[in-house]
Ligand binder design. Sequence first.
Ligand SMILES: *[C@@H]1O[C@H](CO)[C@@H](O)[C@H](O)[C@H]1NC(C)=O
Ligand SMILES: *[C@@H]1O[C@H](CO)[C@@H](O)[C@H](O)[C@H]1NC(C)=O
Ligand SMILES: [Zn+2]
Length: 582
Amino acid sequence: MKSTPPPVLPIDAGSPHGDRASSRSRRCVLVFIALVLLLLVRFPDIASFKRFIPSAESEHDFGSGCAQPDPLFPSNHPELDKAFEHISSESFRNATIRRLSGAVQVRTESFDDLGAIGEDPRWDVFYDFHQYLEKTFPLIHEKLLVEKVNTHGLLYTWKGSDESLKPTLLMAHQDTVPVPPETVPDWTYPPWSGAYDGKNIWGRGASDCKNQLIAAMETLELLLEAGFQPKRTILLSFGFDEECSGTRGASHLAAFIQERYGKDGIAVIVDEGSSFEYAWGTLFAKPGTAEKGYTDVHITVRAPGGHSSVPTDHTSIGILSELITRIESEQYRTRLVDSNPYYTQLQCGAAYSPEFPSKLKKLLRRRLSSASSPHGTCKAKPDHLALEAAKQGPAIKYLMQTSQAVDVISGGIKVNALPERATAVVNHRINIGETTQVVKDRLAVLAGAVARKHNLTLHAFDGKEEPSSIILSPSAHELEAAPVTPADGSIRGPFSVLAGTTRALYGEEVVVTPGIMTGNTDTRYYWDLTRHIFRFAPGLDPEDGPGLGAIHTVDERVSVLNHVNSVKWFTLFVRNMDEAEL
Ligand SMILES: *[C@@H]1O[C@H](CO)[C@@H](O)[C@H](O)[C@H]1NC(C)=O
Ligand SMILES: *[C@@H]1O[C@H](CO)[C@@H](O)[C@H](O)[C@H]1NC(C)=O
Ligand SMILES: [Zn+2]
């Protein structure tokens, strides 16, 4: 990336190569230390003075960056407490198996090439799904306001008694990714069977995310049955095309909700997302508080055609290849900005995990103790903390780095004709703290150099094209990194309610830390409704341990205990939110 000035966002003060200002301050420190030593030699009895020497080496209180709220239980209420206990019963377990299995059996596949609603008959299966919900959750359909948004979007409203309180909003999507017909024989149980084997429910959508949808519905049905009367309005919002971008479902639902409650009109949103994970010997709950951004950049090289017996030295395919080689010759920087949830995760690990690596701890300590000092203007110092953390593997590295992948290429139609056009698509997931513009600027510089070399015109994201040019254009599905949800467990807020609920249900050994989603959920349309968006699958089966049940592939399934626990979690969370003074 030499040809691209990296974004001026100095975040690493741990570089050994300081600028002039820092060498001056180092001299200051040396003089200070010399003075202190002198004092200690002259007056050895002021040993207690030592305590007041600020030292970068003193043990840092990592826990302050990862405060864990106490377990949070709603206040006693006999009927509601009985209802909560009922979730642990065998009869609830039997009933929940039937309900979730039945939901999986409705084939709500969503396809990338779906036509308009009302024209393409493949949408009509959602009518069946609504009927299934009506039959399965009679109280909800009798007592709550049910609205259909853009035909198949579902919005349930349970009005609270205090209109000054912003609503709690639970989300999920009704659709699933399709099952490719050729994979059907590979499934242990048929993908739309909803089979129950004594432990798991199997089928497409069992864990992404009809489990979340059914758990939210079961929670409300249960609370209605127990006579709960919310002060704070509760909303359920279920899109129906999440797996193909949510343009018809979530985008309409979000606009509808915003029309009613206004910008920032919602207290908290919980949608599908990340779950639990072991790291460094500790069990973490990782509600997603951030999402990486996304952009596909299309590259087209147009060069003169002609007969291949008298070729140009470089065809459009060769020129495109040269550009791709330059793109891949350097990767985006690995960098961890303060707002990146992985920075908090590191602090949580350092504070609570016995197996947290000491080298990371040292770098983290250095980073934390320099955080309050002013940053220099020097650009692109290596982020040593991020680079060290990235050694844990690519899955961790790409929590702190914009990814690039050349995924599609085409060009040429005939062996004796020079290709007039060659195209490639590069997929990017944008790091927290960066923007799609960083990607565009870099590609424009690289493509500009190749264009000059081959006497072509560059059209970088200007929507134009002409013969003999290199054209860069963005995809329709471009998305900036999501605003980061506040996640400070030491202050009263939705994160504390969520974390306190999680520790109430699963115990205080669970450390709750904000997490990052590398994919996107329907919440991308809900950013204006609240700053407090959590992408969280709250179910955990302690026997299984953490992990999603084969989503998007064969043998998708969910453990019934995991599902039952998520009903418990939602029940506690809704009640806790109802009592929270937010
Ligand atoms: C739950 O289902 C099992 C298996 O079908 C059955 O043996 C058991 O009696 C049921 N329990 C209740 C309380 O319904
Ligand atoms: C570069 O392209 C322009 C216009 O396409 C042409 O007039 C010019 O002769 C070319 N120069 C070289 C060095 O090929
Ligand atoms: Zn999903």
